[in-house]
Design a protein. Structure first.
Ligand code: PMP
Length: 437
């Protein structure tokens, strides 16, 4: 139909064609290619506050926020200034800096369970290193992850469920030996009974559970009541480490992340995105006795030439300082709630089934008549055609949403009430067009 045919100019198409000649798929990370929604990706030239501007000069209200880092909005003047001031002192030393100490102190003071923390350069590195540490600490090889959760693209974690309820993982990608993937057990998210059954059978051989405490890589799925508590209890009983992957939720769903939001203390936490304020940064931390197993104090090896990069530390430190402002997260949560209830009301008016959820500055919407979406299977059952129509309708009218129905949305402190209202007004028209199509 007309509404699913993406409008993009010749110039944008030419740029995309040029990109495809020298970059696989024209992009440096797959979801940017608009593969699941079709059409030509927008090439971004600049961004400020809640807005991004593409190579044609068209401006959008942005709900991707670089996939999470831009909690203060794009190009926040104080963050940019911190980066500029840092840059003149040199870009990298490969030796310790006071900035890294400040960053670690900040993280330990904000995230309840973190006593000691190691910086790295991406979320993938953070989770990969945390898994190695958990295996080294426990002397066990098997790990448990959940279907629909994403923890970066390292070999042990790029694994999906095999067939059957409790499964050995199968590689999600060629290039991952089945011999690696078999050590990654997978279960459906939010299935407490399956979790208890697995631990009863083989809990003592599992090094760690790694989980997104709110799943943000299959749209936005909150844990059922008691589910994370059950993980905590089972891990403690069986000597298994609990790793919360808070790369997305950290500093975003509340200041202390999902662990503060739900009152659960994981053994290890992985972080990324927000702590770099847009610069490439990741971190993993947690119980001191476990972290002491990392080189150079312990035998588990982990390293990085650019880890703790001074420019990245400055962007991150300034970001963390600014979002410690009292009321920051409650205001963001309330504002994001107004956006979601506005979208829901507009969809209802048009007779389009929509289900919404949010926490802090992270949200999800599902083209589904369910009251609440709680599992990967339910996400898969949502109306994909509706998503595509909505995505392109919004994009054409100047609202940039994640180009996939399996991603969370991100709001920021820079989104004004006008931005929110404008988004809802645009959505109302798009929903009506969809209903009429
Ligand atoms: N963990 C989670 C929960 C993520 O959402 C992501 C990225 N979206 C990662 C890990 C990997 O982070 P990166 O892309 O920085 O490697």
């Amino acid at each position: 139909s007309a509404s699913t045919t993406p409008a993009s100019s010749n110039a944008a198409q030419q740029l995309f064609e040029r990109a495809q000649k020298v970059i696989p798929g024209g992009v440096n990370s797959p979801v940017r290619a608009f593969g699941s929604v079709g059409g030509t990706p927008r090439f971004i030239a600049s961004a400020s506050g809640a807005h991004i501007t593409d190579s044609e000069g068209k401006r959008y209200i942005d709900y991707v926020g670089s996939w999470g880092p831009m909690l203060l909005g794009h190009a926040h003047p104080e963050v940019i200034e911190a980066v500029q001031l840092a840059a003149v002192n040199g870009l990298s030393f490969g030796a310790p800096t006071e900035l890294e100490v400040q960053m670690a102190e900040l993280i330990c003071s904000i995230v309840p369970s973190i006593e000691s923390v190691r910086m790295c350069s991406s979320g993938t590195e953070a989770t990969m290193s945390a898994i190695r540490l958990a295996r080294g600490f426990t002397g066990r090889d098997d790990i448990l992850k959940f279907e629909g959760c994403y923890h970066g693209h390292s070999d042990s974690l790029l694994v999906k469920a095999g067939s059957g309820a409790l499964t050995l993982g199968v590689p999600s990608s060629p290039g991952i030996p089945a011999d690696f993937a078999k050590h990654t057990l997978t279960l459906p998210f939010n299935d407490e009974e399956a979790l208890r059954k697995l631990f009863a059978e083989r809990g003592d051989s599992i090094a760690c559970i790694i989980v997104e405490p709110i799943a943000g890589n299959m749209n936005f799925i909150e844990p059922n009541a008691g589910y994370l508590q059950a993980m905590r209890e089972l891990c403690t009983q069986h000597g298994t480490l609990l790793i919360f992957d808070e790369v997305m939720t950290g500093f975003r769903v509340s200041l202390g992340g999902a662990q503060e939001h739900y009152g659960i203390k994981p053994d290890l936490t992985t972080l990324g995105k927000v702590i770099g304020g847009g610069m490439p940064v990741g971190a993993f931390g947690g119980r001191r006795d476990i972290m002491q197993q990392i080189a150079p104090v312990g035998p588990v090896y982990q390293a990085g030439t650019l880890s703790g990069n001074p420019i990245a530390m400055c962007a991150g430190i300034k970001t963390l300082q600014l979002l410690q402002k009292p009321g920051f997260h409650s205001e963001l949560h309330a504002k994001t709630g107004r956006l979601l209830s506005g979208l829901k009301a507009a969809a209802d008016e048009a007779g389009i089934p929509l289900c919404v959820a949010h926490a802090g500055g992270m949200f999800g919407f599902f083209f589904s008549s369910a009251d609440k979406v709680t599992s990967f299977d339910e996400v898969m059952a949502c109306n994909a055609e509706h998503f595509k129509q909505f995505f392109h309708g919004m994009l054409d009218a100047g609202v940039y949403l994640a180009p996939s129905a399996f991603e969370a949305g991100f709001s920021s402190a820079a989104h004004s009430e006008e931005d929110i209202q404008q988004t809802i007004d645009i959505a109302r028209k798009v929903f009506l067009d969809m209903a009429a199509a």
